[in-house]
Design a protein around this ligand. Structure first.
Ligand code: KIV
Length: 273
């Protein structure tokens, strides 16, 4: 008899890390794709502010507003009876003060139906993470390449390659990840950092790490939907695999992604820095 699938919860993710089960996450921006991803067994849907680039056609994520994130989060929540929905806090909706962060996070949960929120930044955002977590909204951190810092970084560049405590330095990425955990986040995205650095952080932290361009040793993986389905024009990032190649349908492409991540077959060395 087929087992009833239950909704994925925040405590489930901690148990998955402890049990060595890899966590799958994909971005979603509307109900139709959320349904396909949910039915294919994806554990978490991220309503990412990447929608500013892949849906709205901007060059960066910076123009996305909180109202837009609330709207897209509401659409995704309707199509996700099983996957945990994480709403991304856009640029300008949490950097002013921890109070602003709490207010914005409440909107993503109350109006968008998210079960958790994500924000970018480590040490500098620790107070904000702690304040949001203190009102029982689960927070996911995001360190390494943080796209909202594109102008400081001088582009979307791999982080943690050189040693140092300044932003972008290897030791700083570790400090940022530790600060996120200490502040009470339930998980952290590691974006575009070398394989060995992501492995070290994953082994050090007790919360799950979700990698994108961070190699196979993270607790789970996330990809931008439009990248994995090859519907975003332009040069593909090294860490992206086109799961539509050879797949007879979008649903099958997503199932292949889930299988590949769960089996540890994606990301492969060629997707890694
Ligand atoms: O906005 C987004 O899609 C993200 C992922 C790249 C992790 O933050």
């Amino acid at each position: 008899m087929e087992q009833q699938r239950k909704k994925v919860t925040v405590p489930d993710l901690g148990r998955m890390k402890a049990a060595g089960e890899r966590i799958t996450m994909v971005t979603a921006y509307d109900c139709a794709f959320a349904r396909l991803l949910d039915e294919a067994g994806v554990d978490m849907l991220l309503v990412g502010d990447s929608l500013g680039m892949v849906v709205q056609g901007n060059d960066t994520t910076l123009p996305v507003t909180l109202d837009e994130m609330v709207y897209h989060t509401r659409l995704v929540s309707r199509g996700a009876p099983h996957a945990l929905v994480v709403g991304d806090l856009p640029f300008g909706s949490y950097q002013v003060s921890p109070t602003q962060g709490v207010e914005s996070a409440i909107r993503l949960v109350k109006e968008g139906g998210a079960q958790a929120v994500k924000l970018e930044g480590g040490l500098a955002m620790a107070d904000t993470i702690a304040r949001i977590a203190a009102v029982d909204i689960p927070v996911m951190g995001h360190v390494g390449l943080t796209p909202q810092s594109v102008h400081r970084m001088g582009g979307h560049r791999v982080q943690g390659r050189r040693h140092g405590h300044a932003p972008g330095g290897r030791e700083r990425v570790i400090e940022d990840a530790r600060a996120v955990e200490a502040a009470g986040a339930f998980a952290v995205v590691l974006e575009c950092i070398p394989l060995d650095l992501a492995g070290e952080i994953t082994a050090t932290l007790s919360i799950p790490t979700i990698g994108i361009g961070a190699g196979k040793d993270c607790s789970g993986q996330v990809l931008v939907l439009h990248d994995m389905l090859d519907i975003y024009p332009g040069r593909k990032a090294r860490f992206v695999r086109n799961f539509m190649a050879g797949a007879p349908s979008i649903a099958e492409a997503i199932r292949r992604y889930v299988e590949a991540v769960k089996a540890g077959a994606f990301p492969a060395p060629e997707h890694t820095f």
